[in-house]
Design a protein around this ligand. Structure first.
Ligand code: AMP
Length: 311
């Protein structure tokens, strides 16, 4: 089943304790697509400027990602600059330049319209909502956001949440969105805003899914409220940028590759999310996902099972 994703396609300048990179290919939709492409067909909706050339396009092509929905216009691509010098779990944003995204009018290519899965990756909630409305037939809709939009674009974000089945955000953002410092209470409050399923990402500590009776294909299969997947303890986290989007790509990509969503497929999706996040942080930007193989993914999935198995 194909996934259509809308979100930032960007250039990132990143500083971590392992070093610095200037203007590498980034963006929420980029990291998401690369990760999801190991599981299913992916189609991207975004806008880029004249600085996005054949070298960047080739990264998508190499993974078979459909880029017909990436519009090219005059101007500069989205630019983000951040560092992780004090805390590898939370980026410190130094610059966010929307550039060509400021006036973007998303257009959905006809070839994308039969996508049953829709992912609204991190970008202005006004754009997320427009794409959601333009794809009313999507069977499962998931999304992400960040503090930047929660703080200053709350009303638009609340509208997006109403149209989501699954929201994936990190723990500090869950608490910020709910105005509650207890994760369980905050999760409940966020789910009351729309999504029937919430996946809370904890950076290097894994992710927790909160379910409701609507989370599965068969409503009577409901049997759990909370499931937590670990993250892989790594000796070196080179660059956390894109870990959350890679988690989302593995999670949603795996779900889209399954015929039915059951509690078991959901749990496995959480593990595939963690697997993809663990690879993403091993090198700067998209470098690791560009070189990844399906065999490495399967091997690491087994490693995750061993990490958590009791018997
Ligand atoms: P994450 O998975 O949370 O580490 O997301 C990292 C990506 O988000 C980077 O590649 C940035 O280009 C992108 N990004 C940063 N700020 C924003 C924003 N305000 N809106 C959309 N994308 C952003």
């Amino acid at each position: 089943m194909a996934i259509t994703v809308v979100g930032s396609v960007a250039f990132d300048s990143i500083e971590t304790p392992s070093g610095r990179r200037e203007r590498c290919l980034g963006g929420a939709a980029t990291h998401f697509s690369l990760a999801a492409s190991f599981f299913t067909d992916v189609r991207v909706i975004a806008v880029v400027g004249e600085d996005f050339g054949p070298e960047q396009e080739a990264v998508f092509q190499a993974r078979g990602i459909d880029t017909r929905g990436i519009e090219r216009i005059a101007g500069k691509s989205f630019f983000w600059e951040g560092s992780y010098l004090e805390n590898l779990n939370e980026a410190k944003t130094h610059a966010t330049e929307l550039n060509v995204f400021a006036a973007f009018e998303p257009k959905i290519p006809d070839a994308y319209r039969d996508s049953e899965f829709l992912f609204l990756a991190n970008i202005d909630p006004v754009l997320q909502r427009r794409v959601r409305e333009a794809m009313p037939d999507a069977r499962l809709v998931a999304g992400d956001t960040m503090n930047y939009w929660i703080k200053d674009h709350r009303a638009a974000l609340l509208e997006v949440l109403k149209g989501l089945d699954i929201l994936l955000i990190n723990d500090t953002e869950t608490k910020m969105l709910a105005g509650n410092n207890n994760l369980v209470h905050a999760a409940r409050a966020v789910m009351a805003l729309g999504p029937h399923t919430l996946v809370v990402k904890h950076g290097e500590y894994g992710a927790t899914a909160f379910f409701s009776s609507h989370s599965f294909s068969k409503k009577d299969a409901y049997e759990e409220h909370i499931f937590r997947a670990p993250a892989l303890p790594l000796e070196e986290v080179v660059d956390p940028t894109g870990a959350g989007d890679s988690f989302a790509g593995g999670f949603f990509g795996y779900l889209a590759s399954q015929t039915e969503i059951t509690p078991a497929t959901f749990r496995r999706a959480m593990f595939y999310g963690s697997v993809m996040g663990s690879f993403a942080v091993e090198r700067f930007g998209t470098e690791r996902l560009q070189q990844l193989t399906r065999q490495e993914i399967d091997d690491r999935f087994i490693l995750f099972r061993e990490l958590t198995h009791l018997d």
